[in-house]
Write a protein that binds this ligand. Structure first.
Ligand SMILES: Cc1ncc(COP(=O)(O)O)c(C=O)c1O
Length: 406
């Protein structure tokens, strides 16, 4: 075995080759009123870390608990690291960069987790993956499933953006829209897995999701010349992406490759701020989320405890922004960077805009800051309704050109 599990709450170790989701002791306390306990952390064995450390360049595959023998079958990254010059000037942050995970095959960061869970399914001889999603994780699992020949059963809130649902249908998944919230779909998908078997890919509930997501840090480390950036702004809902970012740097540090952990900034909407409350006030209660940034609209963050702990350990902080600033940031990103981001992804940029003076006072204007742009805006063009429209057609004549004011 390349790894074992450790409970993130009680620290108990589990050495097993069987499928495992949560610590049986700690998860018994979960009743839906507070962030769940008992999520597992995957610890790689020393020989795996040593082998990675000996390489001139590392790839995510060196750090996966279930590595791939055919990474080209569904390539994960390397996604572009953009230096957005006009935004750097606007914010007076000359070393700012954007990590464009909207460029992954299904259009969001979620390919990272889905890929590692698909590798887990292959290794364990399972054909079926079950999950709940706000839309992107479902589309990602469906895309990976199509490429790797796995059956995907997907529970989504019926209000999820049409394109995300349509994507999953087109990839051939069994899509089950639920008359309820994402949190309701989450609970139903776990019941379905208990009834019908397969691997449950729910974010953080399956510890391999964090292992897949950590791949972004391995990429960033190599893209930045084998070092960690100073600070990373991450859009946060369940807290699985930000925990994955932390875990990647933790593994790099354990291997003796990275000298430090970047500061992690949890970026949320004021209308879905459960993890920010945990970071700032140690408040782990469920909330009632209402943000338009659907991918980060979460009442009970599945990985809230681990995410809050990782942010605090990194010396990081939380930033909340209101929905108007999130939607305005989408326009800023398109107009000044040529990047079309969905609302959840734009939240990380909106948070940086709000936080820039604080960032400069903490780490200086020359700080190497990275914003994770986690999903493409093409999936949710309705978010632009009322804010942008196509101009009326002109007559097909040279005369009509004289009427144009530009
Ligand atoms: C585009 C995008 N950004 C950010 C997030 C937030 O990730 P997490 O729920 O792991 O915090 C999601 C989750 O669905 C997402 O789809």
């Amino acid at each position: 075995m390349r790894f074992h599990y450790v409970c993130s709450d009680c620290g108990r170790e589990f050495r097993t080759e069987d499928l495992m989701y949560q610590c049986p002791d700690c998860s018994r306390e979960n009743d839906g009123s507070h962030f769940p306990k008992g999520n597992l952390i995957v610890e790689l064995e020393d020989d795996v870390l040593k082998a990675a450390a000996a390489k001139e360049h590392v790839t995510p595959n060196d750090f996966y608990p279930y590595p791939s023998d055919d990474p080209e079958a569904y390539p994960i990254g390397v996604t572009p690291l953009m230096r957005p010059r006009r935004i750097q000037e606007r914010l007076d942050l000359p070393r700012l960069s954007f990590k464009l995970d909207s460029q992954l095959i299904s259009g969001s960061f979620k390919d990272r987790a889905s890929y590692e869970v698909a590798l887990q399914a292959k290794a364990l001889g399972e054909k079926r993956i079950v999950l709940a999603s706000t839309g992107n994780a479902g589309a990602a699992a469906s895309a990976v499933g199509a490429a790797m020949g796995l059956d995907i059963i997907l529970f989504v809130p019926e209000t999820a953006p049409l394109n995300k649902l349509m994507q999953s249908v087109l990839y051939g998944a069994h899509v089950v829209p639920v008359k309820g919230s994402y949190d309701d779909a989450f609970a139903l998908s776990i019941e379905y897995t208990k009834m019908h078997g397969g691997i449950n890919r729910n974010t953080a509930y399956n510890p391999m999701t964090i292992e897949g997501k950590k791949s972004i840090s391995i990429e960033l480390f190599e893209q930045m010349g084998r070092k960690a950036p100073d600070v990373i702004y991450v859009p946060v809902g369940d807290g699985c992406i930000i925990a994955g970012v932390a875990k990647g740097f933790r593994d790099l540090m354990k291997a003796g490759l990275s000298e430090r952990m970047p500061r992690l900034v949890a970026c949320q909407s004021t209308a879905s701020d459960a993890i920010s409350r945990a970071i700032e006030h140690d408040d782990y209660r469920a909330i009632s989320a209402t943000t338009r940034a659907d991918s980060i609209s979460v009442d009970l963050p599945a990985n809230g405890r681990m995410a809050a702990a990782y942010v605090k350990d990194s010396g990081g902080w939380a930033v909340t922004v209101d929905d108007k600033d999130i939607l305005d940031s989408q326009i800023t990103l398109t107009r000044l960077a040529g990047v079309l981001a969905e609302p959840a992804a734009a939240t990380a940029y909106a948070a940086l805009e709000k936080d820039r003076e604080h960032l400069a006072s903490e780490l200086g204007r020359e700080a190497e800051a990275v914003v994770l742009l986690t999903g493409t805006g093409f999936k949710d063009m309705k978010a632009f309704d009322g804010r942008a429209s196509i101009p009326p057609a002109i007559e097909n004549s040279v005369e009509a050109l004289k009427m144009l004011s530009f």
